[in-house]
Design a protein around this ligand. Structure first.
Ligand code: LHQ
Length: 263
């Protein structure tokens, strides 16, 4: 259900249940976690691209999965869907955010519900022009999960976040760029080559500094200015002792390409 391949220093994970629009089952969520853990543990991997097989990125949770599908028979016990979040979605979202290398979502089609928020949780989102993003949750009586309530107002501000979350409207890729939901929209045919070009560029950069940049930017949203300045100074001091800083400066002085290796 997850196809894993490697091109140079870039690990590519493909959500691979195309006949079900790559909707997440528990097995698929577990495989995604495994594939991310393998990428994180492999020091030759310096960027991760996540995409979907077929015409969709992911339709979110598979609503036909017996774990979540309500039993319509009278007196049947309601499903504890919170358990699925605790056991699968929360660990996955945290793992994505803690990756030691940059993550790029290459969104090739519809990304709905948890599928949308999984993509938006990546560091950079590139979408093909026919791709779309749907906060589908409200239509089935739920709230945006997989980080949606945290991500949306930070990405697009409260007014747009409320519009997307309450109405569950489809946002096409070009509009998603214009409201700041994602970074880039490219012609469908160029999606993978564009995503790979970004990933290869990031793979040649200092991974540890990039991962700490993600962490500090996320953290700064809840800090005052002075706290952010102090955290920056503390992190800069740590990075200053690391290999990649000496290598970066030396390479600049020598007018050559740096060889970064920290993670
Ligand atoms: C699907 C799905 C799907 C199963 C399309 N499941 N079959 C966390 C914890 C616990 C519980 C619940 O949820 C969560 C997090 C979540 O992700 S909640 C949100 C779940 N996702 C949705 O509500 C999205 C539902 N899908 C749609 O709104 C549409 O299918 C989209 C907009 C994704 C695509 O629309 P179309 O391109 O028009 O395709 P379609 O609707 O015709 O779907 C194609 C087939 O895929 C169809 O089956 P069929 O047998 O008729 O061909 C759909 O039933 C099936 N499918 N999404 N999530």
């Amino acid at each position: 259900v997850i196809q894993v391949s490697t091109q140079g220093a870039v690990r590519i994970l493909t959500l691979n249940r195309p006949t079900a629009l790559n909707a997440f089952t528990a097995a698929m969520l577990a495989s995604t976690r495994e594939a991310l853990a393998e990428a994180a543990a492999d020091s030759s991997v310096r960027a991760v691209v996540i995409t979907g097989a077929g015409h969709a990125f992911s339709a979110g949770q598979d609503l036909g999965d017996p774990l979540v599908k309500p039993d319509p028979s009278p007196g049947a016990a309601p499903k504890d869907i919170g358990h699925l979040l605790d056991s699968y979605y929360i660990p996955l979202a945290l793992q994505l955010r803690a990756m030691p290398v940059p993550t790029i979502a290459a969104v090739n089609g519809v990304a709905a519900g948890a599928g949308a928020n999984f993509a938006l949780g990546c560091d950079l989102v590139v979408a093909g022009e026919s791709a779309s993003f749907i906060q589908a949750f409200s239509k089935i009586g739920l709230i945006p999960d997989c980080g949606g309530t945290w991500l949306l107002p930070r990405l697009v501000g409260r007014a747009k976040a409320m519009q997307l979350a309450l109405l569950g409207d489809k946002v096409k890729a070009a509009e998603a760029v214009s409201i700041g939901l994602i970074a880039r929209c490219v012609p469908d045919a160029d999606l993978m080559s564009e995503a790979m070009a970004i990933a290869q560029k990031l793979a040649a950069m200092p991974s540890r500094a990039l991962a700490e940049t993600r962490r500090l930017i996320d953290q700064a949203m809840d800090q005052d200015f002075e706290d952010a300045l102090r955290v920056e100074a503390m992190m800069q001091s740590q990075l200053g002792f690391a290999h990649d800083y000496s290598e970066g400066v030396q390479a600049f002085m020598d007018k050559r390409s740096p060889q970064f290796k920290d993670r």
